[in-house]
Design a protein around this ligand. Structure first.
Ligand SMILES: NC(=O)c1ccc[n+]([C@@H]2O[C@H](COP(=O)([O-])OP(=O)(O)OC[C@H]3O[C@@H](n4cnc5c(N)ncnc54)[C@H](O)[C@@H]3O)[C@@H](O)[C@H]2O)c1
Length: 284
């Protein structure tokens, strides 16, 4: 996408972190904005901030784990501005815990938030974009965790690898029909956001804490580890600019942390040569 002015951006998880940074950069480029988030207070603050800066912006309270709420979000965007040119599927959570301990409700939650949210939005928005015939772009926020794997977060890796695969395969399908819709997948490493505070975004229907896992050392150590890696990550200030520059340059994979290139390359080489994951490589 080369022209941004007056185009409509619909951004999920826009109340905080990456979503808010991307929204600020879209506002700089004079786009009209629809911001969606499950957190009403953060959403309200983000909308007010951007309105004060002179942006044309609408906030929608939305839990992206629910198809009906995503449908409502898309309807509001379309009713308000008449088109959707840039969809940013950013909302997500980062739950840790080994597969033999993590309660199934947490799997349902993270798959809903990180993967199905992107499916719901793309199912709704792509037909709208195809009808519009304008130059459109969809950005799925995955992670470098979608390009490599590590210990401690199998559910997070699973959803992020799926997000990368969803974006890649949809790109083929859109090319096959000659659509004017470009795709990108954002794959950053750790960045200082509120991602480790994911518990405050737990939807009502995943609130049952009767499983002993929620009072176990595994649960607390997973949260502590997440907090450490996020707090010591890259500062967030350049994220909006990196993403929008990537979109402008039609980059498919948008990466921010060159330090991971070795691990990405190593994984591909291991796959081609039949070697499995080796914890000592990660620890080294
Ligand atoms: N921060 C990092 O180091 C990092 C690295 C790679 C990828 N990511 C990805 O970036 C995306 C944004 O994360 P962030 O780091 O900005 O974290 P964040 O917690 O600061 O922002 C996430 C936003 O998503 C919203 N959200 C969560 N669940 C939702 C739901 N069910 N419905 C609607 N909104 C919901 C939250 O309210 C919040 O505003 C996530 O997909 C995350 O996996 C983050």
């Amino acid at each position: 996408m080369k022209e941004f002015k007056n185009k409509v951006a619909l951004i999920t998880g826009a109340g905080n972190g990456f979503g808010f940074e991307i929204a600020k950069e879209c506002a700089e480029r004079q786009m009209k904005l629809v911001l969606a988030d499950i957190d009403e207070n953060d959403l309200e603050a983000a909308v007010s901030f951007l309105k004060e800066k002179g942006a044309e912006v609408t906030g929608v309270h939305c839990d992206v784990t629910l198809d009906a709420e995503v449908q409502k979000m898309v309807d509001i965007a379309l009713d308000t501005y008449g088109s959707i040119d840039f969809l940013v599927n950013n909302a997500g959570v980062a739950i840790s815990g080994p597969v033999w301990k993590l309660p199934l409700q947490d799997w349902d939650w993270i798959i809903g938030a990180n993967l199905m949210s992107q499916v719901y939005a793309m199912r709704r928005v792509i037909p709208i974009m195809l009808k519009q015939k304008t130059e459109c772009h969809i950005l799925n926020v995955a992670s470098v965790a979608g390009l490599i794997t590590s210990n401690g977060m199998p559910a997070y890796h699973t959803t992020k690898h799926a997000s990368v695969a969803l974006t890649e395969s949809t790109s083929y399908d859109l090319q096959a029909i000659g659509a004017n819709i470009r795709l990108s997948v954002f794959c950053p490493g750790f960045v200082q956001t509120d991602l480790h505070n994911y518990e405050r975004h737990r939807p009502e229907r995943f609130m049952d804490k009767s499983d002993p896992y929620y009072s176990s050392p595994d649960y607390y150590s997973g949260q502590k580890k997440a907090e450490f890696v996020i707090r010591t990550g890259m500062p967030i200030d350049s994220i909006g600019m990196s993403v929008l520059n990537g979109i402008e340059e039609d980059q498919f994979y948008i990466l921010t942390h060159p330090i991971y290139s070795t691990l990405i390359g190593r994984r591909v080489k291991d796959m081609l040569e039949g070697r499995g994951p080796d914890l000592s490589v990660l620890r080294g």
